[in-house]
Ligand binder design. Sequence first.
Ligand code: PBG
Length: 325
Amino acid sequence: MYFPSYRMRRLRQSRQMRDLVHETDLLPDRLIYPLFVTHGNNVRNQVDAMPGCYQLSINNLVEEAKEVRELGIPGVVLFGIPAEKDEAGTEAYDDEGIVQMAIGALKENVPELLVITDVCLCEYTSHGHCGIVRDGDVDNDVTLEMLSKMAVSHAEAGADIVAPSDMMDGRVAAIRASLDGEGFSNTPIMSYSSKFASAFYGPFREAAESTPEFGDRRSYQMDHRNSDEAVRETLLDIEEGADIVMVKPALPYLDIIYRIKQETKFPLAAYNVSGEYSMIKAAAEKGWIDEKRTVLEALTSIRRAGADITITYHAKDAAVWLKEK
Ligand code: PBG
């Protein structure tokens, strides 16, 4: 059946008609908001390259978290900025580390907000790499011990979900075994299963103060030219016990999101990273694009590709805009 019997424009003629047949829903209840927590009191440092994002001390983090919850956003991902960095990233697995304290404060003050924690050493090491460096490269197996300790300390502090983002081999299995061994068999792992070595992380490294001092992350994060490998990485993490898998970044990797969802049917998170955010913010500030429409279109496209959950710095704005609709 072709034109003129069929006219595709028939179902597009009014907003009500378009709403009736729309295929993809975008709701705040599938968004996660990333937050940066730092030592001190009453700190609220704006991140230059990420307008609208701040390094917050715990008291301000709690206020921010209440706002997030009131907007209908179910959870946050926490990143910590330690008091001191060292070779072994010690504060990462310290019971009184910044993230561990922040989890306690959030669970006490906003108990129904899901607290997801980033499990990775890069914010805590003096060299800025995601693990322990030996002979100029990150030592995989030694790093697994630190990551496991870190995940357990987050669970002990009350984290609802732990999210390893380091890209070491075998980390999901190591973390699962440690959590189970310490009585946290109910703590889910959201694994950054296909995380690409990406230029789009630039602004985050300013926010988290985690730029590597030498070299780059290409010996552990994935090559952006690969897609089959993303499927293998994800299947391995699933075998090791990942409960939720992830694709990161999101917008330049919609094909990967689509593929992973089709091939695994696992709960899938997509991380709409700092560079994706900053590009929209910068263009909007210049008046070159309409921020609201661009953000909602971008987030819808991530969902349409197959993501169940989207981690995004736009979450708060999007939640407000989605209510206005
Ligand atoms: C830590 C980590 C990074 C991001 C999330 N966790 C940075 C990196 O790998 O360099 C990036 C998030 C973003 O750009 O928004 N390993």
